[in-house]
Design a protein around this ligand. Structure first.
Ligand SMILES: [Zn+2]
Ligand SMILES: [Zn+2]
Length: 127
């Protein structure tokens, strides 16, 4: 009986500390907001850093947060755009990194189009 209690307490703690669990909680609260830093969840006020990712201007507390975002934007926004087809349904597993920024695509066809001329797509969405 005592062993059962210890085991169930362990499972409970494991559920609380499971990083995947806390990750989904986090993205649910802070997804696609521009008022809070998407990385830390802190409110942005006064001095900040901003970075345009595809067609969205995103504000961060500082360069450190912007760097973290560039490396893995899908970690902080649930929906990321596939630039060649202009749909917010990119597959997080199909990606490429250009100038230190990660971009996502709906499929390998779109990834191939982007890889041929990344700047053309970035320019298209920077207007
Ligand atoms: Zn931040
Ligand atoms: Zn696509």
């Amino acid at each position: 009986m005592k062993l059962y209690f210890i085991l169930s307490a362990f499972v409970f703690i494991a559920a609380l500390t499971n990083p995947e669990y806390s990750y989904s909680e986090f993205s649910g609260i802070y997804a696609d907001t521009t008022l809070k830093c998407p990385v830390t969840g802190d409110e942005i006020s006064g001095e900040h850093v901003s970075f345009r990712y595809i067609d969205k201007e995103i504000k961060f507390c500082n360069d450190g947060c912007a760097m973290a975002y560039k490396k893995d934007p899908a970690k902080y926004s649930e929906h990321v755009k596939c630039m060649p087809c202009n749909e917010d349904d990119a597959n997080h597993k199909i990606n490429t990194t250009h100038n230190g920024v990660k971009y996502y695509f709906c499929g390998n066809g779109c990834k191939g189009k982007f890889d041929k001329d990344p700047e053309a797509y970035i320019q298209q969405y920077s207007k």
